[in-house]
Design a protein around this ligand. Sequence first.
Ligand code: SF4
Ligand code: SF4
Length: 167
Amino acid sequence: MAKISEVIGGAAAVVKGMSITFQEMLHPTITEDYPDAPPKFQERFRGVHELQRDENGLEKCVACFLCAAACPADCIYIEAAENTEELRISGGERFAKVYNIDYNRCIFCGFCVEACPTDAITHGHGFEIASYNTSTLIYRKEQMLVPIPAGAHFPLKAEPHAAPEGH
Ligand code: SF4
Ligand code: SF4
């Protein structure tokens, strides 16, 4: 008699388990299909940085070094250069000739983004940067710069200086 009740109890447990399984099959899936499908990010996700341009295609970075000073991991390297009348790269006096971020060290804290006075550096959603070769984790400006907007031309010439009044 004990064995019959064990069998009935086991069968009831299976039926209960299967009923939960079938109920879940009717619910919408919340599982991400990555890497078969792109993952969904929250807007605030801090991924690989992007260096922004303004609507004319000029780089927003004016090489002020505030991001490098704010970085607790000391992973931003910048070399500044002056814009000239023949060639203007940014909207300020200077632009970043070299702008590197070492992702061996970056902790994605966002301090650089907060420190930037021109909103030149932001976090994108890129995250697939794992590598066996650490030298590939030093990202250069060219890898982080967003594309030139449609209709803008690069390199952009500086506006000629307005003639002083009375001349
Ligand atoms: S996110 Fe943080 S650690 Fe990474 S470059 Fe910016 S300030 Fe440095
Ligand atoms: S990214 Fe922003 S804070 Fe950093 S050097 Fe350029 S303008 Fe300055």
